[in-house]
Unconditional design. Structure first.
Length: 566
């Protein structure tokens, strides 16, 4: 057994790992979803998310393996994996001198196969590994290697998101200090109660220090229907203070994250005297507007791109993430209106005309409305962005747009769909994909025929040469079928030693294709020697007509094989 090498940047790598504050933390559902998905996708009993510390391997998530077991880094597979630039695959551990006498290879759980994708931070440090293990030797196809690598990237994104969330919690503490120091009266409401009131708010209401905490928000200033997720409204109502006097208070609530939960931060001001002196009221309103803009700076730390648009459809706020998504400096964004953004996104899109039309309609919303759409951009880099437009109840800033990068999410879904419709051995579409293609061909109209092929005497190939050679024969036959088909034909592995061709032609056209395939297969040189195929073809008008091709295949076998009956 070989001890894992220590990376040249080990000190910096460990510092980066410490920065995520994740080592030693308990299991989290967000990470368990990835290990469950990996175990199912690759049909393995064990899937792990590991973090490689200086001497120990920490299990952040474990499927099929006791999470509480402490593993020495010197005995670990993952210690080797983090030193690799890309995915590390060990098809058979007994044939690898690094691991052949490893304790978990020689003993329980008898690991014979390992594949691990390094979890590499945005600054290039390998913090750990997403790995899958099996008790039997196996190989990964290039597509499976790509999927495992993408899953590792998504795990790393989750770790980055977790770190950002911790930073946001730190920012929440800073926000607490900011609101406490604001000269403007501020209260924070959660679940219908006051959970924070600064000194200025207590002075306005003539309340004793701390006496507003736990106070009903409805009785205070905000109606009971007002929640953290509802549309905020500017509220003005009379309030009896602690000394028995009555004042007119204007309150402006805004949804905000407060200590990790939805809340309303409410700015208050006594407008009793301002109603009599308009100039004083205007200065106070300007001060509140500045304070609102200061709070918008909290959005700068979020990974989503956020913009606030005024009633004239001009950008009055844009965070750094939006600047990065658009490839435009924030200072430029703040000079834009809705038409400028529509033209820019259209110029970056794969569908400029349709994108510009959708962008132009983005503010056509009633108060309280939300519109969600997805855009595929090709520059400044390829990315898929989901945009939400919210129509809020603030007259000066009636729209908020939120952009989220869903490129990896869409790519993973596409890869999963491809894997579900592809035969792993031959790389041809599988039976499920063929059935769907036949339905599409029949729905499109025109002549459609099918040819069902069967490898002659295939059982003898397996019996005489073994299943590995049998698999090579199937791969070779599949390749001959693919090479003989036209661009408009669809070929698939139907199951076992059977293959199917869907031909957009009548039976004569299908017969010509079938003969090309039969001849191409007869010329193959395989480790099992010469092989032949038999086939049955039939024109189809509905899926049930497939049975005629099966019957004709059976007749071809009875007549001596190496022929196609139509």
């Amino acid at each position: 057994m070989q001890t894992p090498p220590i990376p040249a940047d080990e000190r910096e790598r460990l510092e980066a790992l410490r920065g995520f504050s994740v080592v030693g933390t308990p299991a989290e559902a967000a990470f368990d979803r990835f290990t469950r998905l990996a175990a199912r996708l690759f049909d393995v009993p064990v899937a792990l998310i590991t973090l490689v510390d200086s001497e120990t391997l920490w299990l952040k998530s474990a499927i099929g393996f006791p999470a509480e077991i402490e593993i020495s880094r010197s005995d670990s597979f993952c210690g080797h994996a983090i030193a690799e630039p890309n995915l590390m695959v060990v098809p058979d551990t007994l044939n690898d001198p690094r691991f052949s006498d490893n304790p978990i290879v020689a003993g329980v759980p008898n690991v014979r196969f390992y594949a691990g994708a390094p979890l590499r931070s945005s600054d290039g440090y390998a913090l750990g590994v997403l790995c899958v293990l099996d008790s039997r030797p196996r190989e990964l196809t290039p597509l499976q290697q790509e999927v495992l690598t993408e899953l590792g990237n998504l795990v790393m994104e989750q770790l980055e998101h977790r770190r950002q969330r911790r930073l946001a919690e730190k920012e929440s503490a800073q926000l607490y200090e900011l609101l406490a120091a604001l000269p403007a009266p501020v209260t924070v409401h959660q679940d219908g109660y006051v959970v924070f009131a600064n000194t200025a708010a207590e002075k306005v209401i003539h309340a004793a220090p701390g006496s507003l905490l736990g106070y009903s928000a409805r009785a205070f200033v905000v109606p009971g229907t007002q929640t953290a997720t509802s549309t905020p409204q500017r509220i003005e109502r009379k309030l009896r203070t602690g000394d028995g006097s009555e004042i007119l208070v204007e309150s402006i609530p805004m949804p905000l994250r407060w200590r990790g939960r939805d809340a309303l931060v409410v700015l208050h001001r006594d407008v009793s005297s301002q109603r009599r002196e308009e100039s004083d009221r205007k200065r106070a309103a300007d001060q509140i507007a500045r304070q609102l803009n200061e709070m918008l700076a909290v959005f700068d730390g979020l990974p989503e791109g956020i913009a606030v648009v005024d009633e004239n459809k001009h950008y009055v706020y844009a965070n750094q993430s939006l600047s990065r998504f658009f490839g435009v400096p924030r200072e430029t964004l703040l000079q834009w209106n809705s038409l400028d953004s529509a033209r820019h996104i259209a110029s970056c899109s794969e569908d400029p005309i349709g994108t510009r039309e959708r962008m132009t309609r983005m503010f056509d919303l009633q108060q309280g409305g939300v519109r969600t759409e997805q855009f595929t951009l090709v520059k400044p880099r390829h990315q898929i962005l989901r945009r939400e437009v919210h129509r809020v109840a603030l007259p000066e800033r009636p729209w908020v747009t939120v952009w989220t990068d869903v490129t990896r999410e869409v790519a993973l879904l596409k890869l999963t769909q491809i894997m579900a419709s592809t035969d792993k051995l031959t790389g041809l579409p599988n039976r499920r994909a063929a059935e769907a293609e036949l339905e599409r061909a029949l729905a499109a109209g025109g002549s459609v025929s099918v040819v069902l092929f069967d490898v002659d005497h295939f059982k003898k190939v397996n019996d005489n040469f073994g299943h590995d050679i049998g698999d090579e024969v199937l791969v070779a036959v599949g390749g001959a079928l693919r090479a003989s088909a036209r661009a408009e034909d669809f070929v698939a592995r139907w199951g076992g030693e059977e293959f199917l061709a869907i031909v957009r032609a009548d039976e004569d056209g299908a017969q010509r294709l079938a003969e090309r395939v039969r001849l191409a297969v007869s010329l193959l040189e395989t480790k099992a020697g010469k092989v032949t195929i038999s086939g049955g073809l039939a024109a189809v008008k509905e899926p049930g007509d497939m049975k005629r091709a099966d019957e004709r295949l059976y007749e071809a076998k009875k007549q001596g094989r190496n022929r196609v009956n139509g």
